[in-house]
Unconditional design. Structure first.
Length: 504
């Protein structure tokens, strides 16, 4: 057993060089090494299974006119967003040991920089040095003991977003910082004591190249990242990246694969892909002539049929097709219709329909027989309908209260009740397999309540199915296409979603 454990650890933890060994690539980063020549050399390792970074570091301080710390770095130009969940290990020796995120003009000890830092005593602050060998300045966050950090650059403005995991971010900003266009960006640890080595683990690390200012929605696209999220721990794992955008992963009934649609402007846009979780390979699903599918596709509860929203004919119409592919059958004669839910007994589909310039929720027999039934009839957008697993409710989002909020109603459209009422615009409620929880995506209040655009700083939040206080499960750069469809794993332990980033 001892030999097995040692082999496993050797295979999992990579790139922990001894002093004097040149830096190597580390996960998503270009390299790592000490800055400022601390008297005890630091080290760093990457676990490709958990996708965590472990850092050990000494260093007198990161303050004043020069710094000493261990740095896991990447060269980047232009704007960026860097995220991580941070954890200092042990009780520590110094109250001001520091872990966090940084952007530096160089790796010189006295280089200008901006960082987002959590200290050992919980102090969370945005620190910066404007000029080479200049004095370090600080802006403290009202959040104490943050364990989620985000550092964002927009031109010469840097923003630290900090939170205790489960809570929304609080922002601290500094403007007019000129570090140059090309920067060293990454993860840092300093013991604040030259004779002591401290350790930290950073997880959910994401390097994001955001959409450029002035991009045109539905004409300009950036790449996509397929992720899964462990609901209990909040740990995220990247499964697949592509410069060709894709959206909206469903989880298959047997738990072996995810189904998503491609998007963007390439020749193959609108195809559905089955992504095998064991091989990490995608295979196109044959949907015949219905091959311009959008991000509104749903599997039946028994996993045998796939409902799709295809716009090959111009406007979106709902079709069904065997889950493995085949000849599609049209269900909705009227367009546009965007599928979101399937009843547990497989007999009914619920979808959003645009009729006479008003968008409401409709139901229709899953075999296409009979007329559609209008379930909502209030002014403003109603969207995202999904059945609860027991069939007693349809969950949906509605702008009827002024902002976009989560609601539920009975399957015949009666008894609507509002479940959320906060400062966020909440979309696309998805009910857990046991019916106890819902997850949804939250856009900031600055976004038009009737819009769910691409490339925004959004939250995935979890809440009891009957309502209650939502808690944040993931801090995501995404939006449209992130979690439009039911995306719980069959056992209710995982969620699948898409985040976005340009090439870096």
């Amino acid at each position: 057993m001892r030999v097995t454990v040692m082999v496993l650890l050797s295979a999992m933890w990579l790139h922990a060089p001894q002093a004097g060994v040149p830096a190597q690539t580390l996960g998503e980063f270009d390299g790592h090494g000490d800055v400022g020549s601390p008297q005890i050399a630091g080290s760093a390792a990457f676990n490709p299974v958990s996708q965590e970074y472990a850092i050990a570091a000494a260093g007198a301080n990161m303050w004043g006119e020069r710094d000493e710390f261990h740095f896991v770095w990447k060269r980047m130009t232009g704007d960026f967003i860097l995220q991580a969940r941070v954890q200092l290990l042990g009780t520590g020796v110094e109250a001001h040991r520091k872990v966090g995120l940084i952007a530096r003009g160089s790796q010189d000890a006295d280089a200008p920089y901006v960082d987002a830092i959590v200290h050992g005593d919980g102090l969370t602050s945005l620190q910066f040095r404007r000029t080479t060998a200049g004095t370090t300045e600080e802006r403290q966050s009202p959040i104490k003991g943050a364990d989620v950090l985000q550092l964002e650059r927009r031109g010469s403005t840097y923003t630290m977003s900090a939170a205790k995991f489960g809570e929304p971010f609080t922002e601290t900003e500094v403007a007019d910082i000129n570090l140059g266009d090309e920067l060293f960006v990454g993860l840092v640890l300093c013991s604040h004591n030259p004779d002591v080595t401290e350790r930290a683990v950073l997880s959910n690390v994401r390097i994001v190249k955001p959409a450029k200012e002035g991009f045109v929605p539905y004409r300009d696209y950036i790449g996509s990242v397929l992720e899964v999220l462990d609901v209990e721990s909040g740990r995220r794992q990247v499964l697949h990246r592509s410069d060709q955008p894709f959206e909206a992963p469903n989880w298959t009934k047997d738990g072996s694969a995810l189904i998503y649609n491609t998007s963007g402007r390439s020749e193959g846009r609108g195809r559905l892909v089955r992504f095998d979780l064991a091989t990490r390979q995608g295979t196109p699903i044959d949907t015949g002539t219905s091959n311009r599918n959008n991000n509104d596709h749903v599997l039946s509860f028994d996993g045998t049929l796939l409902g799709i929203s295809d716009q090959s004919g111009g406007q979106s119409a709902v079709f069904t097709v065997p889950v493995g592919g085949g000849t599609p059958k049209r269900i909705t004669p009227l367009t546009p219709s965007y599928l979101h839910g399937w009843s547990p007994d497989g007999k009914t589909l619920v979808y959003t329909g645009g009729r006479a310039n008003e968008y409401d929720i409709y139901s229709m027999a899953a075999d296409g027989r009979g007329a559609e039934v209008k379930l909502t009839d209030v002014k403003g957008l109603d969207d995202g309908p999904e059945f609860s697993p027991d069939g007693k409710y349809i969950y949906f989002n509605s702008v009827r209260s002024g902002s976009m909020q989560i609601w539920r109603m009975k399957p015949d459209g009666t008894g609507p009740e509002q479940l959320t009422n906060d400062g966020w615009n909440n979309w696309f409620p998805h009910v857990s397999p046991d019916g106890q929880s819902i997850v949804f995506i939250s856009f900031p209040k600055e976004v038009d309540p009737s819009d769910h655009p691409y490339y925004k700083r959004v939250l995935l939040r979890l809440m009891p199915a009957a309502g209650g206080m939502p808690r944040v499960m993931a801090y995501v750069y995404g939006g449209q296409g992130t979690i439009n469809v039911p995306s719980w794993s069959p056992d209710g332990k995982m969620l699948a979603f898409v985040s976005n980033s340009g090439t870096y």
